[in-house]
Design a protein around this ligand. Sequence first.
Ligand code: NAI
Length: 709
Amino acid sequence: MGKLVSISTRDNVVILEIDNPPVNALSRQLIEELSRQVDAFLDMPDALGLVIHGAGRTFVAGGDIADFERPDFSPKRLNDTLLRLEGSLRPVVALVHGTVLGGGLELAMACHHRIAATGTRFGMPEINLGLIPGSHGTQRLPRLVGLGPAADMIATGKMIGVEQGQSLGLIDAVSGKDDLLSAGVAAVKKLAGAEPRRTSALNVAATGADDLSSLEAKVAASPGQPAYDAALKSMIAARDMGFADGIGVEAELFADLVKSPASRALRYQFFAERTAMKIPGLGDVSPRAVETVGVLGIGTMGAGIALAAALAGFPVTLVEVDQAALDRGMNRVQDTIGGMVKRGRLGEAEAAACRARMTGAVGLEALGKVDLVIEAVFEDMQLKCDIAASLGNTCKPGAIIATNTSTLDVDVIAGKTGRAGDVVGTHFFSPAHIMKLLEVVRGDKTAPDVLKAILAFARKIGKTVVVSGVCYGFIGNRMAEVYMRESERMQLEGATPGDIDNVAEDPGTWGMAMGPSRMLDMAGVDVGARTVIEWIKSGEGPQDPSYRILCREMFAADLHGQKTGQGYYRYEGRKALPNPATHDLARDLAGKYGVDRRDALSREEILERLLFPMVNEAARILEEGIAYRGADIDVVWTNGYGFPRWRGGPLFMADEIGLQKVVDRMDYYARETGNAWGYWDVSPLLRRLASEGGRLSDWENGNGNEGTP
Ligand code: NAI
């Protein structure tokens, strides 16, 4: 391996280059070399000063996250180096370009002067891993930019650009990328001889924006996420203490955070999302080329999918059954684009370019030339099969045919095309241009180059992918089904939708973005009920007459959620209020189906009954080889269902609670309820891992484990 850090000299100025592609991350070895080369510079008495720059497309874009997992991890080596660097009696200039993040920004701030290339972006993303900056960043940043802006950057992880960086005092000068080195050498010559301006010696910059109340509010609203509190404490230290004491406070806070459950969970998520893209058994075939996209059925989902593709630069053909439906679909897409422009999420020029990439058409023939067709017509097996047969004939040879079905058997649909190798499931989440998750359904016959093409396409449109095998509801909705079942059952027993949602949404207990009832009210009780009804009718679903009876009866009573103004809740505008009609219905159904009512269910029972059965279902999903890894399942839930990332996902959360406790409580509820329909049967994998002290989130199929991915 070549050197990661090298030095050379120009005009008596030492140039230190960091070269660790792709993003010059501060790995252990790099820190060692940096430390040695800084010392080498300090030992060159004749040198005028030092410039530090990054080779390739960026300055240092952060630390090496894998390092945090080492038991002996400590930022001390880097931090000592930064102190020696800053202590230099001769000027040290940072030349930054690309994305200057985390440890990269901390390195730049330890320098005496910062010159940025136009277009450079700066940020402290540690909070996304449940951490604060741990290499003096919490103490140097407020000294340069002021308390309020520093608190904002550290607590949100948001990046700022050159203009803002300059106006806040984070950078001293701007230069074209190609002139950066000469600007740096010139700056050293100019600064040589004068006392260096050390960030640590500055007072916290007076910006007038030193109010920490929004961070205080965030701390209060975020139990279980100690990084916010640590961010606040480090800001107070920067305000009230000298630098030496401040970095002592930071070091203690940082060391505690690295061990905190929230940070461990967030780091686990970070790696899980990357690993989920790795699909075993694909060999080294090249992906099929996808340059053009067609979407069939421009309803709720089709509109979002077409938009996601067009926003990413794909030419998209949008096809509907007739002109009126096409007009509705195109209007829907236009409205969404208009809304994005209005909210500042999309510029006028980008919006125009996106519109220009979309062409509407009536009839399947328009899809004859595209590389990838995504079908998003009604969830009706007969219709999907008819369409599959037509697409099999119409699409050009080698074109990929994807179905957005959320529950139907992808293998059956694939069979109807007469070219099952070309078919794959692409289960988007609503709204499809916003939600990160794409659950890719690998059919029995899906060709490896098709799967690879979909993974590449997903990456281009900014989605996080998890691959699922074929089963009812795939990974996500199959688990959501048992979660909804228990939510509704508890309502029959006497809990209100509000009681249940509060437990799910309270970050002190769990922290879901939305509880089960609020979620179904938003998605449409009718949509949920229809799927359940079809599933039961097919004979595959549970034949228990009381199975999800509340949702089925709400559907019959037009309590469809937000769209009808009444569902689990009653809506005044967007405000959700208790809905007596649904409470009465639950009570009546309890009477009809012989369910004992109680005044209230404890928060503990609500949590256990929502979480544990879905974890148990996940274990079955692993046993059946429907998912490759436990971590994939967690990625589905954090990216598609609003599960809090800082709890890692349902399996990580269950592992933290302890699998033996999960099993014991499942057994307890089996005894309590009589378990007539087997809802509380514990999966053998779960029972075994519990007795062996294993973890579901670590489980991988293949590699000698059971399951047939
Ligand atoms: P939707 O009812 O909003 O839209 C379906 C569209 O398909 C309509 O615009 C209809 O005109 C069109 N269509 C029907 N027959 C057609 C034909 N023969 N040719 C061309 N277009 C035709 O339905 P939605 O909600 O967008 O669902 C579409 C698919 O996506 C379904 O398979 C559904 O299960 C799935 N899905 C839905 C989600 C949701 O949250 N709504 C989430 C994930 C998947």
